[in-house]
Design a protein around this ligand. Structure first.
Ligand code: ARG
Length: 559
């Protein structure tokens, strides 16, 4: 099914000889879409833009698709879709398991590097944004038909292992380790770190353990492996709760054997040079160089990232690589990308998808009352508890097991939705009351909207639905046009790496559905209107469910 955007764009492009630059109209009064491409061409060819727009508008043969186009402002062409066209398109969408969303004509291979927590440390709320965002982007790109490779680049190597190994050997509490491995590992790290502050001589021992690990000492290697296994096991529990999975978890350590070769190659090509005893890459746009080897021979975070990049190119030949981390790593990735451009013959589109902080109600980065980082696991527990209270208040008579299921789906969904509905580049204030509200742009509101639409079918008791969808009432037409915008919304999410386009779309969808349902009797209508409207309901429900699923949020049939 060719979308309105595709048909109109192609026609304008044909007449203009340049891209149409079609956008949705900001004000629906003027139409549904607006072509912005005329002005640039008029300027280039020294023509009057309005006159050119008028000329192009009369040449377009779009009578099946829209009303006669109109020219506005400096030379925009406005298009208002015809009711019959919208009805035919929405009827097709209702018969399509993909709700009218075509599969990408140009397939891309995209590697997404996200979540990437550090071992022996609990995942904190900062990792939640990476995990939720990265997972959503992966889902959307896959649905659009691209080939997606997800890789969890866990921090499983580094100087912290010197402390951890001493802690493990001398101070380990096995019972605590069994109960909650990451908390115990964190305690060991902090304990040894404190000891080092008190007795600086201990630092030598820490260093010695680290060197032994780096040189492949069997005992230390085995301890390191156990620490990783325990951490991964805990991470997996969190991922299972979030419904997130990865194709690969290579981790930083995987690239260790490649680092010396990477540095040698960069030096051989004069891309890296010695400066202040360290090996550095100077790149444009940043005063500080990217350091890839310290004076003592140690490799760094950036060295690993360059090795990782090379490995990914050789293995998957991606068109794009997306890195999802917080805003503080912007300089790092800027340097890595610039270094890669100097080093490798052909680099794909490298994107750092960064995000702001989650703030507490006091406007400062979210912490527990005692000033610690909020742990992701505890946050999810609280989300489920609070959701259970909301569900129980609304539906005290539901069996406990069902209430628990709803609480899980709503609680986890609320945390995810609160995150994804923000423009990722801004900080946002974490508020339980807001994210669990039944009104507003929240997961519970959307999940409930879905339940309500579904219940219409239960009441209608219909099995099969067919016949064309007719759009009689203005709210019906409005809803149908919005339904047809699902495709362009997903495209925008993929283009800008911004899931908040999708949450905003779904919220509007729920609003437009309510307006339709308030104005148009469905079950009480006579045929064929009844079937037509029921199909519109079903398509709305399907898109709500699909949209939430692409956000990584589950739906339920009753709430
Ligand atoms: N482990 C890092 C952290 O927690 C994130 C890694 C991001 N990915 C990368 N390729 N550098 O900050």
């Amino acid at each position: 099914m060719q979308s309105a955007i595709e048909i109109i764009s192609a026609a304008v492009e044909h007449a203009l000889g340049a891209p149409a630059l079609l956008r949705p109209c900001a004000d629906p009064q003027f139409g549904d879409y607006q072509a912005n491409g005329v002005m640039a061409i008029a300027k280039q060819t020294k023509q009057n833009p309005r006159a050119l727009a008028e000329k192009i508008a009369t040449q377009l043969q779009l009578a099946d698709v829209c009303e006669p186009p109109t020219v506005a402002g400096a030379g925009f062409i406005n298009f208002k879709l015809r009711r019959e066209f919208v009805a035919a398109q929405v009827t097709d969408a209702a018969r399509d398991p993909r709700h009218g969303v075509p599969s990408a004509s140009k397939l891309k291979i995209v590697v997404i590097d996200f979540s990437s927590p550090n071992v022996a440390k609990p995942m904190h709320v900062g990792h939640i944004r990476s995990t939720i965002l990265g997972d959503c982007l992966a889902r959307v790109l896959k649905f659009l038909g691209h080939r997606v490779v997800t890789d969890n680049h866990i921090g499983d190597w580094g100087t912290q292992f010197g402390m951890l190994i001493i802690g493990w050997k001398k101070h380990r509490d096995d019972a605590a380790l069994q109960r909650d491995a990451i908390t115990e590992l964190e305690r060991l790290y902090k304990f040894v770190n404190n000891q080092c502050e008190l007795h600086p001589a201990l630092r030598e021992d820490v260093k010695a353990e680290l060197v032994k690990l780096q040189q492949g000492d069997a005992e230390n290697h085995a301890i390191w492996q156990q620490i990783i296994d325990l951490s991964k096991h805990e991470f997996d529990r969190t991922y299972a709760r979030l419904g997130v999975s990865f194709d690969h978890t290579f981790g930083e350590s995987f690239y260790n054997p490649m680092l010396a070769g990477v540095v040698a190659d960069l030096r051989a090509h004069d891309i890296a040079i010695e400066s202040d005893d360290a090996i550095c890459i100077f790149v444009e746009g940043s005063k500080a160089p990217l350091i890839i080897q310290k004076a003592d021979g140690a490799f760094l975070y950036g060295t690993t990232d360059l090795a990782t990049l090379k490995y990914r190119l050789d293995k998957w030949h991606p068109d794009e690589i997306v890195y999802v981390t917080d805003a503080r790593q912007q300089l790092h990735f800027k340097q890595v990308f610039a270094a890669a451009a100097k080093w490798l013959p052909k680099v794909p589109d490298l994107r750092h998808v960064w995000f702001g902080s989650i703030l507490g109600e006091d406007g400062k980065p979210l912490k527990t009352r005692s000033g610690e980082n909020v742990k992701l696991g505890e946050l999810l527990d609280e989300a489920e508890e609070r959701a259970l209270a909301v569900v129980t208040e609304k539906n005290p008579d539901l069996p406990e097991q069902i209430r628990n299921t709803i609480a899980r789906v709503v609680g986890i969904g609320a945390v995810k939705y609160a995150d994804l509905s923000q423009n990722r580049t801004t900080d946002y204030v974490f508020s339980w009351a807001k994210m669990l509200a039944m009104n507003g742009n929240t997961a519970p509101y959307m999940q409930y909207a879905y339940v309500r639409v579904q219940s219409i079918f239960r009441k209608a008791g219909v099995a099969t639905l067919d016949g064309p969808i007719a759009l009689e009432h203005p709210t019906e037409l409005d809803l149908a046009k919005h339904i047809l915008r699902f495709t362009e919304t997903l495209q925008a999410v993929a283009d800008d790496d911004k899931p908040n386009w999708l949450t905003a779309y779904l919220y509007d969808l729920a609003g437009k559905f309510s307006a339709f349902y308030d104005n148009c009797p469905v079950i009480q209508s006579a045929e064929p209107t009844r079937s037509s409207r029921l199909q519109l309901c079903r398509l709305t429900a399907d898109i709500m469910k699909r949209g939430l699923n692409l956000l990584g949020i589950e739906t339920i049939e009753q709430m």
